[in-house]
Ligand binder design. Structure first.
Ligand SMILES: C[S@@+](CC[C@H](N)C(=O)[O-])C[C@H]1O[C@@H](n2cnc3c(N)ncnc32)[C@H](O)[C@@H]1O
Length: 331
């Protein structure tokens, strides 16, 4: 990688591989020692209750049959408290366990615990950081089995949309909500990268999606354009102000089949890229999980929309580039 440089010319400054200024967004820890202790106690209590409720009778009936019809599709744990059952009540229902990632809360939970609870551990750090959702519209991109849309509805959001590209995952979310009964949640089976009928929402939430996409930079641009007030971007990054984008891939042993891909963007590149749209460092708060290569960005998009509406942009040509025709605020 080339060393970052800054050249001053007569009428402009050239910045290569780094941001122009030295100011950085406000940075906070993703969870404190105290909040972690409380979260772990709550999560272990869920696991303890699971053991208590373990009885074969609970695995029978229409809700159990519904969960079973999506066996191996449950990446997320959905709970149906009125029926005393969850999508992990039978170990053959969830997707096979993996190492648990951010749901281990810094390896304070085992991989098995993290996978049985997922994404409740993630919710423990997200919930206290959310803006007041009452009366707001909120959209999750990559809503999977529908865990987060249900949480947002519980917090009083007026309208909740979940967008999911995998058909069975989308169908599992629709089915789960047919049991839970939230009428203000709409699930859409769609690809947000190319579906221009998806409307902006007040808040857009996206967790661990962007880095798994073929076009992560386009995804970020698209997400920004869909967020009227705030984008909550929870993603793997490497924590340096230098610009970098690194690709990791998982292959079958014969190197023929791609199993997964992961683009790790650097924090510096992400913040500089956001600046191209009119988002400044002062609009961003970063919640960092130290040493984990993981940051939750809380990006206030309101001033960006004003700046764009006023034509107050680094490059006016970017206003309509790639059809990202930002339409609000109404002027
Ligand atoms: C790793 S999962 C994360 C799920 C959830 N956000 C969580 O944190 O538990 C990523 C999800 O994003 C979905 N996804 C990936 N690309 C998408 C796209 N272009 N449009 C909509 N959903 C997408 C995947 O199908 C998957 O359900």
């Amino acid at each position: 990688m080339r060393d970052p440089i800054l050249y001053e010319f007569e009428n402009y400054v050239y910045a290569q591989g780094r941001d122009l200024g030295d100011e950085v967004p406000v940075t906070r820890p993703l969870f404190s020692a105290d909040s972690l202790r409380v979260a772990l106690a709550e999560l272990r209590e869920i696991l303890r209750r699971d053991q208590e409720n373990l009885s074969p009778g609970r695995l029978r009936g229409p809700v159990a049959d519904g969960i079973r019809s999506f066996a191996r599709q449950w990446f997320q744990r959905l709970d149906f408290p009125e029926h005393g059952i969850s999508t992990t009540s039978d170990r053959s229902w969830p997707v096979p366990s993996d190492e648990g990632g951010v749901n281990t809360l810094g390896r304070n939970l085992t991989s098995e615990e993290a996978c049985l609870l997922r994404p409740w551990p993630k919710w423990m750090y997200i919930r206290p950081l959310l803006p007041d959702l009452r009366g707001k519209s909120i959209m999750e991109i990559g809503s999977n089995n529908g865990f987060f849309p249900v949480r947002f509805a519980e917090l009083g959001a007026a309208r909740v949309t979940g967008v999911e590209v995998q058909k069975r995952k989308f169908e599992s979310a629709v089915w789960a909500n047919s049991v839970l009964g939230w009428r203000n949640i709409e699930f859409r089976h769609s690809d947000f990268l190319v579906d221009f009928t998806i409307e902006p929402h007040d808040v857009v939430f996206v967790s661990e999606v962007v880095n798994h996409l073929l076009c992560p930079m386009w995804a970020i641009a698209r997400l920004v354009s869909l967020a009227r007030e705030m984008l909550l971007l929870d993603t793997g990054v490497f924590d340096t102000t230098r610009h970098g984008l690194e690709l990791s891939t998982g292959w079958s042993r014969d190197a023929q089949n791609l199993r997964f891909l992961n683009f790790q963007i650097s924090d510096g590149l992400l913040c500089s890229y956001l600046k191209l749209f009119g988002i400044r460092n002062e609009d961003i708060v970063k919640y960092v999980e130290t040493g984990a290569g993981h940051i939750l960005y809380m990006i206030d998009t309101r001033k960006m929309h004003e700046r764009r509406a006023n034509g107050d942009l680094p490059d006016n040509e970017l206003r309509r580039s790639l059809l990202l025709d930002f339409k609000f605020p109404d002027k």
